[in-house]
Each structure stands twice: as structure tokens, then as C-alpha cells.
Design a binder for this molecule. Structure first.
Ligand SMILES: CC(C)(COP(=O)(O)OP(=O)(O)OC[C@H]1O[C@@H](n2cnc3c(N)ncnc32)[C@H](O)[C@@H]1OP(=O)(O)O)[C@@H](O)C(=O)NCCC(=O)NCCS
Length: 161
């Protein structure tokens, strides 16, 4: 099996990232759209992030530079903390490349970047019903669940409604 590595995402990775989201299949609506309609918004965000150091996307690639997974982190300045919190919004690995260390390598890369930036902590939301939560994906990487914190959201629209 070929070795995986992690590099910064490029705008041209958008199509492969869209394919991964569709393979994972969390949204029937997204999976019913033409691929270009899923790729376009991802490419726009990647273009924006190239000009804005407050956001980063890394991809895990195989030996042929094929994208098998990605992570997206946002470096959020907190007044209360007097420091940055890194908010990890997306961690996705193609099911066909699962269990080969891509997900762990992507999160570890974010952990290294946060350290370089003098970040105070990283944060992610993880569905309790998801295999990643049940199998302790973040715990194994040294992350701690905060029992005293509840995650509220305010919806303008349902995701992918
Ligand atoms: C969770 C996910 C990123 C793991 O990626 P991966 O490349 O398969 O992970 P790794 O190979 O680095 O495995 C790391 C650990 O995750 C766990 N793991 C492996 N496959 C997994 C899977 N399909 N689902 C959940 N956890 C898994 C394993 O326990 C593994 O630990 P181990 O090596 O001690 O057994 C990937 O399954 C995925 O994209 N899932 C859907 C999206 C998601 O849940 N994202 C994370 C929550 S925000």
C-alpha cells in the first residue's frame, strides 16, 4: 500500500475534496447535485484562504498526489483567552483510504501548526453517533471531551437543505 503524506491544499484539489464528501454521503442533496456544483464553492473557499492566513486546509495525498482526505482549521482570536483557538471545521477521509493513518496525520498536522502559532487550544465538534466518536478518534490523539460544555447552534438554514 502506498505511503501517504500531508501537504497544503491547492485550489485544484477542490474536485477531489468534493468527491470525498460525496463518497462519505452525509447529505442526500449534495450527492444528487452535479459534481461541479459541489466543487465550485470549495474552490472559492480555497481561493479565499490563499489570501487569508486565518484559515488553513491540508490534504492527505497518496504517492501519485491523489487526494484521499482533508482537514480545515480556522485560527480564531479570543478576547477572553487572550490567544487563538484553532477551530477544526472539517476532517474527512475517503472511505476507500480509511484506516491507513490519513485522518490522524491530518489532525496531527493541525496540532503542529497550532503549536507554531502559539495557539491556546484546538476545538472540534464530533457527533456522538459517529464511528469517529465511538472509536475514540480524537481521544487517541490526546484530545479531551469537555463534559461541562454544551454545543449550541442557531440555524439560518439546515445544512445542505
Ligand atoms: C474519522 C476519520 C477522519 C478517520 O480517518 P482515518 O484515516 O480512517 O483514520 P486513521 O487511519 O488515522 O485511524 C485513526 C483511528 O481512528 C479510528 N478509525 C479508523 N477508521 C475509522 C472509521 N472509519 N471511523 C471512525 N474512526 C476510525 C481507529 O480507531 C484508529 O485508531 P487505531 O489505529 O488505534 O485503531 C474518517 O473515518 C472519516 O472521514 N470519517 C467521516 C467524517 C468524520 O467522522 N470526521 C471526524 C469527525 S469531525
Amino acid at each position: 500500500m502506498s505511503k501517504l503524506k500531508v501537504r497544503k491544499a491547492m485550489v485544484t484539489d477542490a474536485g477531489a475534496m468534493a468527491e470525498i464528501l460525496r463518497e462519505i454521503g452525509w447529505s442526500e442533496r449534495r450527492n444528487s447535485l452535479p459534481l461541479g456544483e459541489v466543487t465550485g464553492p470549495i474552490a472559492s473557499l480555497l481561493e479565499r484562504f490563499e489570501r487569508d492566513d486565518g484559515h488553513e486546509v491540508f490534504v492527505a495525498v497518496d504517492e501519485g498526489d491523489g487526494v484521499v482526505g482533508f482537514v480545515n482549521v480556522h485560527w480564531v482570536p479570543f478576547i477572553m483567552l487572550g490567544a487563538l483557538e484553532g477551530y477544526v471545521s472539517d476532517v474527512f477521509v475517503s472511505p476507500s483510504a480509511g484506516g491507513r493513518g490519513a485522518g490522524s496525520s491530518l489532525v496531527k498536522r493541525v496540532m503542529e501548526e497550532g503549536k507554531k502559532r502559539g495557539c491556546m487550544r484546538l476545538m472540534v465538534t464530533n457527533g456522538r453517533d459517529k464511528p469517529s466518536y465511538k472509536r475514540g478518534f480524537y481521544r487517541k490523539l490526546g484530545w479531551t471531551e469537555r463534559p461541562q460544555v454544551v454545543n449550541f447552534v442557531y440555524y439560518y438554514t439546515e445544512p445542505w437543505s
